[in-house]
Design a protein around this ligand. Structure first.
Ligand SMILES: Cc1cc2nc3c(=O)[nH]c(=O)nc-3n(C[C@H](O)[C@H](O)[C@H](O)COP(=O)(O)O)c2cc1C
Length: 349
C-alpha cells in the first residue's frame, strides 16, 4: 500500500461541546432500524467524531420496554455519543432526557426533524417546527433538567412556504442548545428532491453555536461542497453509509485535507460484513439478526457485479449458518462467475 506523507491541512478544525472535542467534526446520522449499537461499532473505526443513537420516543421510555432499553445501549468506549429523544410533552421529554443521562449519554439530542406520520400526528418530530413556542418550551425544559449539553436536530421547516430554519436556530441558541444539526429539507420533502445546503447556511449565519450540515452527502466531494455552500462547522452522513461505512473514511479524509483512501479489497469488505453479522447476532440474538442481515448484507453488494441476483437470492436464505456462507461466497470468491453465483443460489430455500 502506498504511504502518503502529505501533511493534513484540515478544512474543518472541530469544536468543543461541553468537555468534549468534536474532532473530526463528522457524525454518523441517527437512523432508526439501522444505526443500532452493532452498526455504530462498525462505523466508528472509519473516522467519525460523534455517534447518535436511533431516535427514542419519550413515551416509549415511560413505558419502560426492553426494546427501548436496548436502543439506548452504548458501547463501553463509545464517546462522545448522543442519545436522541423525541416528544412534545415537556414532562415526558424531560424524563427521557434524565433517563438518557442515566444511560451514559455524553449529550442529549432532541429530534425535531422526523417526518414520519405516526410521529407527526402526535405533534412531535418535524411537526414541532410549526409551533415555535412549543419548540422553545421543550428545549428550555430539557436544558434546565440535565447537566450535560443538549443538542437539537431539525429540518428547515414544515414546507417550502413556511421555512423557519433561522427562527428555530435562534430559539435553539437562546434556550441553551449547544449544537444544532440541520437536515436541509422541509418535512414536506420527506426524502425527495435535494437538500438545500444554502438553507443550512442560513442557520449557520443566524447563530454562534456549532452547526452540523446534513443531507445528501455521498462522498468526500459532496461533503466539501456542502461546507463551501453553508459554512457549516461539521457534517453528518446518513443513507450513504448503508452498506458502505467506507464512505465515512472518504469524508473524513476530505474534511481533514488528507488523500482519498483506497477502495477496500474484497477481503476487507468481507471482514466488515462478517463482523457486522456477528455483532448483530451477538446483540440481538440470531433470530432477529437473521432478519436484520437480509436488509444490511444486500446493501453491501451495491455497485458490485452480480448484486441484483445476490440480493434476490440472499432474501431467500433463512438459516443463519447458510446466510453467513452465502454472503462469504458472494463477497470472497471471485464471484463474478456463474459458478460462484450458483453456489449462492443453492443456499436459498
Ligand atoms: C431509515 C432512516 C431512519 C432515520 N431515522 C432517524 C432518526 O431516528 N433520527 C433522526 O434524527 N433522523 C433520522 N433519519 C434522518 C437521517 O438522520 C438524516 O437526517 C437523513 O437521512 C438525511 O441525511 P442523508 O442524506 O445523509 O441520509 C433517518 C433516515 C432514514 C433514511
Amino acid at each position: 500500500m502506498i504511504q502518503h506523507k502529505t501533511l493534513s491541512n484540515p478544512v474543518l478544525s472541530g469544536f468543543k461541546l461541553g468537555k468534549f472535542d468534536i474532532n473530526p467534526p463528522l457524525a454518523l446520522a441517527p437512523m432508526a432500524g439501522i444505526t443500532d449499537l452493532p452498526f455504530r461499532r462498525i462505523c466508528r473505526r472509519f473516522g467519525i467524531g460523534l455517534t447518535v443513537t436511533e431516535m427514542i420516543a419519550s413515551r416509549a421510555v415511560e413505558q419502560g420496554r426492553e426494546r427501548t432499553e436496548r436502543m439506548a445501549e452504548l458501547d463501553k468506549d463509545e464517546s462522545p455519543v448522543s442519545i436522541q429523544i423525541a416528544g412534545s410533552d415537556s414532562k415526558f421529554v424531560v424524563d427521557a432526557a434524565l433517563w438518557a443521562v442515566d444511560h451514559g449519554a455524553d449529550f442529549v439530542d432532541i429530534n425535531m426533524g422526523c417526518p414520519v406520520k405516526k410521529v407527526v400526528k402526535q405533534v412531535a418530530g418535524s411537526a414541532m417546527l410549526r409551533d415555535e413556542a412549543l419548540v422553545a418550551r421543550v428545549i428550555d425544559a430539557v436544558v434546565q433538567a440535565v447537566d450535560i449539553p443538549v443538542t437539537l436536530k431539525i429540518r428547515t421547516g414544515w414546507d417550502s412556504e413556511s421555512k423557519n430554519v433561522q427562527n428555530i436556530a435562534h430559539i435553539a441558541e437562546d434556550n441553551g442548545i449547544q449544537m444544532l444539526t440541520v437536515h436541509g429539507r422541509t418535512r414536506a420533502q420527506m426524502f425527495n428532491g435535494q437538500a438545500s445546503w444554502e438553507d443550512i447556511g442560513l442557520a449557520k449565519q443566524a447563530v454562534s453555536i456549532p452547526v452540523i450540515g446534513n443531507g445528501d452527502i455521498v462522498d468526500g466531494a459532496s461533503a466539501l461542497e456542502m461546507i463551501r455552500q453553508s459554512g457549516c462547522d461539521g457534517v453528518m452522513v446518513g443513507r450513504a453509509v448503508q452498506g458502505n461505512p467506507w464512505v465515512l473514511a472518504e469524508v473524513h479524509a476530505a474534511i481533514m485535507g488528507l488523500p482519498k483512501p483506497e477502495k477496500p479489497s474484497a477481503e476487507e469488505v468481507w471482514a466488515v460484513v462478517h463482523e457486522h453479522m456477528l455483532h448483530l447476532a451477538d446483540f440481538h440474538g440470531v433470530k432477529r439478526a437473521s432478519k436484520l442481515v437480509r436488509k444490511h448484507v444486500p446493501w453491501y453488494s451495491k455497485g458490485r457485479r452480480g448484486s441484483a441476483e445476490f440480493r434476490s437470492s440472499f432474501q431467500k436464505v433463512f438459516e443463519w449458518d447458510k446466510q453467513i456462507e452465502a454472503a462469504k461466497t458472494y463477497f470472497l470468491s471471485d464471484i463474478h462467475d456463474e459458478e460462484a453465483m450458483s453456489v449462492v443460489r443453492d443456499f436459498a430455500a
